[in-house]
Design a protein around this ligand. Sequence first.
Ligand code: MLT
Ligand code: MN
Ligand code: ZN
Length: 299
Amino acid sequence: MHAIIIGSAAGGGVPQWNCRCPVCRMAWEGDPQVKHRTQSSLAVSPDGARWVLINASPDLRQQIVATPALHPGDGLRHSPIAAVVLTNGDVDHIGGLLTMREGHRFGLYGTKEILDALAGNRIFDVLSRQSVLRQATELDQSFEPVDGLSVTLFPVPGKVPLWQEGAETDIGAATETTVGAMIEAGGRRLAYIPGCAAVSDALRSRLRGIDALLFDGTVLENDDLMRTGVGSKTGWRMGHVPMNGDEGSIAALSGVPVRQRVFVHINNTNPVLIENSIERRRVEQAGWMIAHDGMVISL
Ligand code: MLT
Ligand code: MN
Ligand code: ZN
């Protein structure tokens, strides 16, 4: 299996267009300790020729330009991207579908709930039903978006996308709203979970023995947004378990045997994005890598 993290940041990217939090400020100033990052997306392939995107970020055009494996390579109109699989309906995961509106034929996979969210937004009808085949998938049932690569979507604790929130927001239910993707090819298994509100026993047992875990690295602590002064929401309220803390992902996943652990979907407020920071060093000492754009996962 080939896997390239084409976007490693959470919504907004690094730097975010309107942000001067400590990390964004370093990025605006060109400080080499903070790499620029685009919004979260993963490209996987069984053979290096046919690719599946897990989520389509608003930065997709820039990500394709930066990734030679995703360039058109044949005839007048072509793309190696054969399918897109969605893990939720967040703007940073679906916005890039609007980039893919030029008549290219591809499969679009997601749970019924996620595809219903698209169907309720007429702007996505710009993807014609003749060329873009929308296919609702069942939880825990594998499908092959391209031959030789299978994907199984499974529920993780989450919440509805921000743009669908009403007065009350239910957080932490494991439903069709927010899912992880277990990707298998060539005898290797990789789990991609860019949004997850809590690490449950069900999740721990599912991840045992996989080759690579790419996991929600949005916030370091539950109160990152408050501490940096950019907002009042906790990680929990946004549907993102922090890295640190007794119930944080580092501790909660420490006993689960996994060959490689990589944080993805990292918010620009997270100090682990500063390369020489103490926070970065601690996370790496705990056995985790911090994803950057273009990072190739060797499997
Ligand atoms: C998130 O990951 O919490 C979302 O991307 C938030 C958003 O839609 O802006
Ligand atoms: Mn997000
Ligand atoms: Zn920022």
